[in-house]
Write a protein that binds this ligand. Structure first.
Ligand SMILES: Cc1cc2nc3c(=O)[nH]c(=O)nc-3n(C[C@H](O)[C@H](O)[C@H](O)COP(=O)(O)O)c2cc1C
Length: 220
């Protein structure tokens, strides 16, 4: 697959096959993501990959925190009020997903269910957590986005599936403590990774994009 096809066909995977991915393949994904550009080539990314029993134990911790109603405390603040046009895109996504799966995704009980599925890593055999030093500026967060996209595209090109998950940063302190990552680091993103179960209905949903005309200004 060429680069353009890779970018166009990548999608968030929300059901994985249980088979683990070899360490060699996971290493290749991370090594390739390291080729991403970064501010002054500072390469501010740090990565933890959790698998097997450890992943299951972390899943239990996150679900327990959710069940006990512990308030999320991500290192990066949750988005507040969205500008109207972006809010509309979010609502459209929820509406399309609700229609597709025959459920009302704006129902608060279902939000808890959705978080639980996130905390189970959608059945993925591995979860990747991305960190960086908390003292870094927003420019370095931009670098993390580049790294994350390179990681997901490389995985896709290798026949793997991924999903970026802000929810996996809800309990950043606990995640860092479990992964033995210093609390001076900020947890940026969690990404579940594994072989995609493309037969499952969860992966039959394809998100859309707004018309390019809405975001592009030609100045001639
Ligand atoms: C920063 C970020 C955070 C996200 N957090 C979540 C999440 O917590 N759970 C989830 O299922 N999807 C999450 N997503 C996936 C988005 O919903 C998804 O990328 C978007 O709907 C577009 O769909 P696509 O990835 O299939 O193209 C996140 C995506 C990004 C970039």
């Amino acid at each position: 697959m060429d680069t353009i096809e890779c970018i166009r066909t990548r999608m968030s995977i929300r059901k994985f096959k249980p088979e683990p991915v070899s360490e060699e393949m996971l290493l290749k994904v991370i090594e390739t993501a390291q080729c991403s550009p970064s501010y002054k080539n500072s390469q501010p990314w740090e990565v933890a990959i959790v698998s097997g029993e450890k992943k299951d134990a972390l899943s239990k911790i996150l679900i327990d925190l959710l069940e006990r109603g512990v308030k999320p405390a991500p290192d990066l603040p949750e988005p507040g009020v969205w500008p109207a046009e972006l809010d509309k895109r979010i609502r459209d996504l929820l509406k399309r997903r609700s229609e597709k799966f025959g459920i009302d995704l704006s129902n608060p009980d279902l939000i808890k269910k959705a978080k639980t599925a996130n905390f189970r890593f959608y059945g993925a055999p591995h979860a990747v957590f991305l960190f960086q030093d908390s003292s870094l500026s927003p420019w370095s967060i931009l670098d993390m986005g580049m790294f994350a996209q390179s990681l997901m595209l490389t995985a896709h090109a290798m026949g793997l599936g991924t999903v970026p998950q802000a929810f996996l940063t809800d309990y950043s302190k606990e995640v860092k403590s479990f992964l033995q990552v210093d609390d001076s680091k900020r947890l940026i993103l969690g990404i579940s990774i594994g072989y995609p179960d493309l037969e499952d209905k969860a992966n039959s949903f394809k998100s859309t994009r707004i018309d390019t005309k809405e975001i592009l200004r030609w100045v001639k």
